[in-house]
Design a protein around this ligand. Structure first.
Ligand code: GLU
Length: 463
């Protein structure tokens, strides 16, 4: 069974780069009928925040990415790590190192002076001399001293590391006894049965160390997939400046979970030239072997395009539910269907959709100056008055077309162009140019409200 995981360090918000590897891991597990587990790597007491851990869970909930089983918190597993430290010490695969900080600093300096890679040289590896009295110690693992470590990577192929270039006997427990990052990651992945690790390739250089731990403890090494980073359009690592990177900011900006997930799945993965993937299709088609070997480029236009696509193709009932989260309650509006039909084709995000809807539903407090200049030209009040008369005496007004007919009558009777009524009427209704068809706007507002806005305009506007 395929078991994948997402293992964020809760030191801040959930970054979209992290979410993308979480999504890949989720899809791969689900495609194989396997499990996707969540492990919070909260061992860095100084940098962790509980709020960040809660934020990660909240983001998962919003996106509908469910993890299997309970969440594992590394901070609760010290006893487990300690057992393995003791085991390695007993087996002579790890040892206590009493080197003081000063001595280590001196070693580093001399290596730097010789332009050598800074590394621990194994002074206490097979030490038989006198141990400095009362000295503190750290615990180091015995790494291989020569040869190669090969990371079998499903994206990059076999990545060969020369031990001499990358390893030394690295610390697995600090002087206060706390275990270190690469040690606990390997143990947790092994104990949690993770057999496929999908993570950012910023972790590739950690993998040889983790392999040393796997081997020392006799654990099976998982398959790795190190996913290339997401870059901005300048080819640099994605940062806050490039737009939202906190997953929950996407929600605030009005993107639906579907559009964000679709956007993310295509960042670095492709299936032919297909762009739109339902969640089910993502699960069916995702395969980490199709992840690109080079960095992917973050493209806001693409996200907006997807977002517009999903809004357009979401049912009105669902949209109205989604909009409620943005403070727009349409359930009691009798023309909600017309409103949503009109607006779903012209809104990129839910926030934009709410704004577009507000622009129609809110009574305009002032009329746009430029629009007024164009609209209120000679004869406009006569045109609007004629239309008002028709509106007031009309019986059955429901659909946009009912309003359209009234406008047509005015145009024909007065022998004027459509613009002569369209422009002043539009400003009377919404205070400016733009927006959906006037007939739809009036159908949405209804007869009484349309009359009110029309009268206000005729009464207050000069020209
Ligand atoms: N905790 C690590 C991070 O948030 C990820 C560890 C891993 O995926 O192996 O960067």
């Amino acid at each position: 069974m395929v078991v994948t995981r997402f293992a964020p360090s809760p030191t801040g918000y959930l970054h979209i780069g992290g979410l993308r590897t979480a999504l890949f891991s989720y899809l791969w597990a689900k495609k194989n009928g396997g499990k996707f587990v969540l492990r919070i790597e909260d061992t860095d007491k100084a940098r962790n925040s509980e709020a960040a851990a809660i934020g990660i869970v909240e983001a998962f909930k919003w996106l509908g990415l469910e993890h299997d089983g309970e969440i594992t918190y590394q901070s609760q597993r010290d006893d487990i790590y300690k057992t393995y430290i003791d085991q390695l010490l007993d087996e002579g695969k790890a040892y206590k190192c009493y080197m003081s900080k000063e001595e280590l600093d001196r070693l580093r300096e001399s290596q730097m002076a010789k332009k050598e890679r800074t590394r621990y040289e194994g002074k206490y590896r097979d030490f038989s001399g006198e141990i400095p009295e009362g000295a503190e110690f750290v615990i180091r693992i015995k790494s291989p001293e020569s040869g190669e470590i090969i990371v079998k990577d499903g994206i990059k192929g076999d990545v060969v590391f020369n031990v001499k270039d990358i390893l030394d006997d690295f610390i697995i427990a600090r002087s206060d006894g706390s275990p270190t990052y690469n040690f606990v990651v390997a143990i947790d992945d092994a104990l949690m049965g993770i057999n496929e690790v999908i993570r950012g390739d910023d972790h590739l250089s950690n993998t040889p160390k983790q392999i040393v731990v796997y081997e020392a403890l006799g654990f099976t090494i998982p398959m790795f997939y190190h996913v290339p980073m997401i870059h901005n359009s300048d080819g640099k690592k994605l940062s806050k400046r490039d737009g939202a990177t906190d997953v929950m900011d996407y929600k605030k900006q009005g993107y639906t979970p579907q559009s964000l997930l679709n956007f993310l799945v295509r960042l670095g993965w492709s299936h032919g030239d297909q762009e739109i993937f339902s969640f089910e299709e993502m699960i069916e088609l995702f395969d980490p072997k199709d992840i690109n070997k080079s960095a992917s480029i973050y493209n806001t236009e693409k996200l907006n395009w997807l977002s517009a696509h999903y809004i357009k193709n979401t049912s009105n009932a669902e949209l109205s539910k989604l909009l409620e989260e943005y403070g727009l309650i349409l359930s009691s509006h009798d023309k909600a269907e017309i409103l949503l039909d009109e607006m779903k084709d012209r809104s990129t995000t839910l926030v934009a959709m709410k704004e577009n809807i507000d622009e129609i539903l809110k009574v305009p407090t002032e009329y746009d100056e430029k629009a007024s200049k164009k609209a209120f030209k000679e004869g406009w009040s006569e045109v609007l008055n004629n239309f008002l008369t028709k509106l007031e005496s009309a019986q059955e007004l429901h659909l946009p077309n009912d309003y359209h007919k009234l406008m047509e009558e005015v145009v024909e009777e007065m022998e004027i162009g459509f613009g002569k009524i369209g422009m002043p009427l539009r400003v009377a209704m919404i205070g400016k140019m733009g927006g959906p068809g006037l007939d739809s706007i009036m159908a949405i507002l209804g007869k009484a409200e349309s009359i009110k806005r029309l009268k206000k305009c005729i009464g207050t506007q000069r020209g």
